[in-house]
Design a protein around this ligand. Structure first.
Ligand code: ZN
Length: 495
């Protein structure tokens, strides 16, 4: 009985008949050995069903799978290693799911509806936080009837320490999802609230009134009055005359506004507010005078660990991967992506897998695409380079049908569209695409080409990844709704 042999009898391929795996001709290959070793590690994996003491949710805003891929290649190449074979910190985590990110009313989501889904356990509309899907956006008076507690509120009620860290404004959608309930993400200070609104306070006021032990990020302007200048000479936005930074301090809180005051925080002292910019913190590429996301994460974990014996919940947002994508500036996107991966590393190193659930994800993706058919080792931010007919690398550029080179990364839409507005208000491309050099493409300020003209590049609708380790991380399997993340955190905490 040898069906295999029979099938092969008339083939010109020479396929050896194998008695055991060790005889496979490919079994000496590095690819084979690495994959086999990984499979054995996965087979040996047990499930961690401990009660989590701590849960850390790290969200890189807008860090879709294409952005993660570009960041992986960039970081590997930055270290002088293979980009393709590299792994970002969180790509080494044992469990992965895909997260369906749509909002209850939108196929392609925004950061408010998505963050709300992750921390409350239910999907909701675009633009709202801490409320169910039945509240219409801007229905300020309706908030109390539709308000939902977040995992942060639940942790606080049970005596856990809680904190939030972001490189965006602390009042921006993702961080605000943890502590606020608002009919519109734009109500960051009182000047944006509808006149006569009775249902809610503005987001900055909600932060100050929350029981958060620590909040760090940008957004000073929403905490101080219009006629008041902040530590860097920039005016506030509030029209109610309130200085919420002073209110925080009067309530026994500590305040930091740059990297030096950050480094002097008493990690055994009163609650911490760090506001390091008037608006968003700087991109990692441009960062001076401000702590890094990894430094803020370190401070947060040290502080929160000491704060409550029960444990803590911490949300960390890499807020500006999203902004760099909106700006079609891939260099700042990947450098902020590396800074985010460094923050994950710090969180992982400072905690123990036996008692800390770490979840790494994105809220949504972007219309970033990665071109073919470049040779291995091509700088991810630069131009595409060909293989020859025999499959060997060349120094010849890939070209489009127009005979011009193209970059590895491009966007489906954005301000750097190949179509430009002419004197009649029409969008055309009379001279076609520019003939780019590698030097131009690798400039940190280069904006990757986009197709459809838009003032700002848009989010994309496809799934994003969830990476997890620690107690109950094995519950991340398959393709799940984004609001499932809350349910795993709740299970891990055993709330
Ligand atoms: Zn965005």
């Amino acid at each position: 009985m040898n069906l295999f042999k029979k099938v092969l009898c008339c083939s010109i391929l020479i396929v050896p008949i194998i008695a055991s795996a060790s005889e496979l001709p490919q079994s000496n290959s590095k690819w084979y050995k690495d994959a086999d070793a990984l499979m054995k590690r996965v087979m040996a994996r047990g499930s961690n069903v401990n009660k989590a003491k701590n849960v850390i949710l790290l969200v890189a805003d807008g860090n879709g799978v294409t952005s993660v891929f570009a960041t992986r290649i960039f970081e590997g190449q930055m270290y002088g290693k293979s980009g393709e074979g590299h792994e970002l910190t969180y790509e080494k985590f044992p469990y992965v799911s895909l997260s369906k990110t749509y909002n209850s009313n939108a196929q392609s989501p925004d950061s408010a509806g998505t963050a709300a889904a992750m921390v409350t356990g239910v999907k909701t509309r675009q633009g709202v936080l801490g409320v169910d899907e039945h509240l219409e956006r801007t229905d300020c008076d309706g908030v109390p009837q539709h308000a939902l507690p977040s995992i942060g509120h639940m942790a606080q009620a049970r005596g856990y320490a809680t904190g939030v860290v972001s490189t965006a404004r602390v009042t921006h959608a993702t961080p605000a999802s943890l502590y606020s309930q608002t009919a519109d993400r734009n109500y960051e200070d009182n000047s944006k609230l509808p006149e006569g609104c009775t249902g809610q306070e503005d987001i900055a006021t909600q932060l100050i009134d929350s029981k958060l032990d620590l909040a760090m990020g940008g957004g000073r302007r929403h905490f101080i009055p219009k006629n008041t200048k902040d530590n860097e000479g920039k005016s506030g936005k509030r029209t109610d005359g309130k200085n919420l930074i002073e209110a925080w301090k009067e309530d026994g809180g500590q305040y930091a506004w740059n990297d030096q005051t950050h480094s002097r925080l008493d990690l055994k002292g009163g609650k911490i507010l760090g506001l390091y910019e008037s608006s968003h913190m700087k991109y990692e590429h441009d960062r001076t005078g401000e702590p890094s996301l990894a430094q803020m994460t370190k401070t947060a974990i040290e502080y929160l660990s000491a704060k409550s014996e029960k444990g803590f919940f911490l949300m960390v947002e890499g807020g500006r991967v999203d902004h760099a994508n909106h700006a079609t500036n891939a260099h700042r996107m990947v450098t902020d992506g590396v800074a985010f991966s460094n923050a994950v590393r710090v969180a992982d190193e400072m905690t123990d897998d036996s008692d800390t659930l770490i979840i790494v994800t994105a809220d949504h993706s972007h219309v970033l695409s990665i071109a073919g058919y470049t040779k291995l080792g091509t700088p991810i931010l630069g131009l595409c380079y060909k293989l020859d007919k025999k499959g060997n690398p060349t120094n010849e550029l890939c070209t489009g049908a127009d005979g011009k080179p193209y970059t590895m990364l491009s966007y489906g839409n954005g301000a750097s569209s190949v179509l430009k507005k002419d004197g009649n208000g029409n969008y055309t491309s009379p001279n076609g695409r520019p003939t780019l050099t590698q030097e131009q493409a690798l400039d940190p300020d280069y904006n990757q080409a986009a197709l459809i003209p838009r003032s700002s590049e848009t989010h994309a609708a496809e799934d994003v990844a969830i990476y997890a380790k620690g107690p109950w991380a094995h519950l991340f399997q398959g393709t799940v709704e984004q609001n499932y993340i809350f349910h795993v955190m709740k299970q891990a905490f055993q709330f």
